[in-house]
Design a protein around this ligand. Structure first.
Ligand code: IPM
Ligand code: MG
Length: 356
């Protein structure tokens, strides 16, 4: 198979971890007989420095024409001025919107060898295998009006939480389809006791569920969910929620795996390329040192193979290799180990085998 993959390394540790994920993909390509071509483009802060905008028309066009996009991270202190007109995050949000990536998948399945790194008790982590489907192109992140004005001598800031029924329907539908291939349970998270958008969310979820009688639907308020995800994480299968709730809850559940550096994500739409990126950010404090955990990016590459290129065997080969490469003594530094970014990746590559 021949595929073109656009790589958007971005800022901070983004370039370090995407470089390693690309090495893993190249290795899979040669072991399984595929031809992947990679082209790098700028996004985020480095794109602002060079072109004055976080996402150029050229980068966007290249992404649209590709089979899949592998992204590192955007942002950093250099571009953090609250008065700045252009911000690195705008590039990421515009990319999600322009590619119609309404479903953001963030799977959480702790590695048995790492249960002692997590702040949770090991017995809580047994059987944890959940996936959050976060709505990604609506809600507070995109609603209008937004901005600032002056009212009666006071400065006022406004953001708008807005959802159309079709936006809710398609992402909940996505969650139900995913649940069918798993343990057949969907937890829809909202704040229906307060928010009108949440009441529409819940009503729409109920309507979608009527078309999937083999899947169990439960509703949970977001504040309750923030507790249960920690106190009984193994009771969840598929969690579906709106953009901002999903942003917050996925950072929270990342601690189950021991480190945020472990978590991959996939952002998907109805057609066109998906965007694959680790859940961790640009981590400016360790950028340039070569010590970042590459596993979030490498597992994102595995998701890329699964969801955009439909190469399930190859995807599983990466996941299995990661599982085998991380041991009690050999692990990245964020997990209390001593392996740097390159060494961790080398170990993973050494474990990738094609069973053809
Ligand atoms: C994420 C990040 C982004 C978000 C930021 C960088 C805009 O936190 O992907 O979770 O809030 O969506
Ligand atoms: Mg986030």
């Amino acid at each position: 198979m021949k595929s073109t993959i656009v790589v958007l390394p971005g800022d901070g540790i983004g370039p370090e971890v995407t470089e390693e994920a690309v090495r893993v993909l190249q290795d899979v390509g040669s072991k399984f007989g595929h031809e992947f071509t990679f082209t790098d483009y700028l996004i985020g802060g480095r794109s602002i420095d060079r072109f004055g905008t976080a996402l150029t028309a050229e980068t966007l066009a290249a992404c649209k024409a590709s089979d899949a996009v592998l992204l590192g991270a955007v942002g950093g202190p250099k571009w953090d001025d609250p008065h700045a007109k252009v911000r690195p995050e705008q590039g990421l949000l515009a990319l999600r919107k322009e590619l119609g990536l309404y479903a953001n998948l963030r799977p959480v399945k702790p590695f048995p060898v790492l249960v002692n790194v997590s702040p949770l008790k090991p017995e809580k982590l047994k059987f944890v295998d959940l996936i959050v489907v976060r709505e990604l192109t609506g809600g507070l992140y995109f609603g209008k009006p937004r901005g600032r004005d002056r009212v009666n001598g006071f400065v006022r800031a406004v953001d708008t939480m807005e959802y159309y029924d079709y936006e809710i329907k398609r992402v909940v539908e996505f969650a139900f389809k995913l649940a069918k291939s798993r343990r057949k349970k969907v937890t829809s998270v909202d704040k229906a006791n307060v928010l009108e958008t949440s009441r529409l969310w819940r009503q729409t979820a109920v309507a979608v569920a009527s078309g999937h009688v083999d899947v169990l639907l439960e509703h949970m308020l977001v504040d309750t969910a923030s507790v249960r995800l920690i106190t009984s994480p193994s009771s969840f299968d598929v969690v579906v929620t709106e953009n901002m709730f999903g942003d917050i809850l996925t950072d929270e559940v990342s601690v189950l795996t021991g480190s945020m550096g472990m978590l991959p994500s996939a952002s998907l739409g109805d057609n066109g390329p998906g965007v694959y990126e680790p859940v961790h950010g640009s981590a400016p404090d360790i950028a340039g040192k070569g010590i970042a955990n590459p596993i979030g990016a490498i597992l994102s590459a595995a998701m890329l193979l699964r969801y955009s290129l439909h190469l399930e065997r190859e995807s599983v080969a990466i996941e299995t290799a990661v599982d085998q490469a991380v041991t009690n003594t050999l692990r990245p530094m964020d997990l209390g180990g001593r392996l740097n970014t390159r060494q961790m990746t080398d170990r993973i590559i050494a474990h990738i085998v094609s069973n053809q």
